[in-house]
Design a protein around this ligand. Structure first.
Ligand code: HPA
Length: 269
């Protein structure tokens, strides 16, 4: 494990001692969850060795450690995306830091475009699998056999059951689906969206997949959500924009927040 992660974990522990259980990565529109942490310390990524500072508006760049619903959590408020640097391993140190801090579970969130009429903008979607069509992988260059990582149950089946139970408890509809990673930063073309539908994707987006691969590589269990901000290109009457992503993301995000809090409250402490 790189020393950057040990150094960063040391900085977090110096600010707030303890072991943590759940690491949460907040994508567009989810940032407000970081304001609900009790007994919180906030550390800008710029102060953490090896942490990337995201240039995407709607992404803060700070780590927040504290308690959420009685569970010790570390929140990555803002992520760096492949399209910002061309580096698929850009989130490696943050993920290693979560592991170093004791996190056993990672919850990743993102904003995504829907490929299914039944999963309308404003919905929350639970990711049950992904398609990595990019040809990129954060493990390229790993030298030992651990690089041949099993991805059969990347989105932990037991966690998904617990999350679905939490959604039911909250009375929130939570469709499940396959997330397909595109590098971005341009949105997909209508032809790419039709291709994605044929390939079995339910939503498309520009993040999460590299972090999920890294989390599994590090032995952490993963759950992931999308807040659906739009229909994929060509499936809605108007063109796509980042403004729409920012405007719509909080709708599904409110659902994800409610489900996540109930999931944490129900978690074995
Ligand atoms: N495509 C890719 N990423 C996205 C989209 C989309 O339609 N919406 C929000 N993030």
């Amino acid at each position: 494990m790189a020393n950057y992660a040990k150094d960063s974990a040391g900085i977090v522990r110096a600010a707030r001692a303890g072991d943590y259980k759940v690491g949460i990565i907040l994508g567009s529109g989810l940032g407000s969850l970081a304001t609900e942490i009790d007994d919180a310390v906030r550390i800008p990524y710029a102060q953490l060795a090896g942490f990337p500072v995201s240039s995407v508006t709607a992404h803060a760049s700070e780590l927040v450690a504290g308690m959420l619903e009685g569970v010790p959590v570390v929140i990555l408020s803002g992520r760096a995306h492949y399209y910002e640097s061309g580096n698929p391993s850009i989130m490696r140190t943050p993920m290693e830091t979560l592991k170093e801090l004791g996190c056993e579970i990672i919850v990743a969130t993102n904003a995504a475009g829907s490929l299914r009429e039944q999963i309308a903008p404003g919905s929350a979607m639970l990711i049950n699998d992904h398609i990595n069509w990019s040809g990129l992988n954060p493990l390229i260059g790993e030298e030992d056999e651990s690089r041949f990582l099993d991805m059969s149950k990347a989105y932990d089946p037991a966690l998904r059951e617990q999350i679905k139970a939490a959604a039911k408890q909250e009375g929130i509809e939570l469709p499940e689906g396959v997330y397909m990673w595109f590098s971005g930063p341009s949105f997909e073309t209508p032809a790419e969206i039709r291709m994605s539908q044929v390939l079995g994707a339910d939503a498309v987006g520009m993040s999460t997949v590299p972090e999920v691969i890294l989390a599994r590589f590090l032995g952490m269990r993963v759950a992931a959500f999308s807040t659906i901000t739009n229909m994929g290109a060509g499936l809605q009457a108007h063109d796509l924009s980042h403004d729409e992503t920012k405007e719509m993301a909080p709708k599904g995000a409110a659902k994800i927040k409610a489900i996540l809090k109930t999931f944490l409250r129900n978690l074995d402490k």
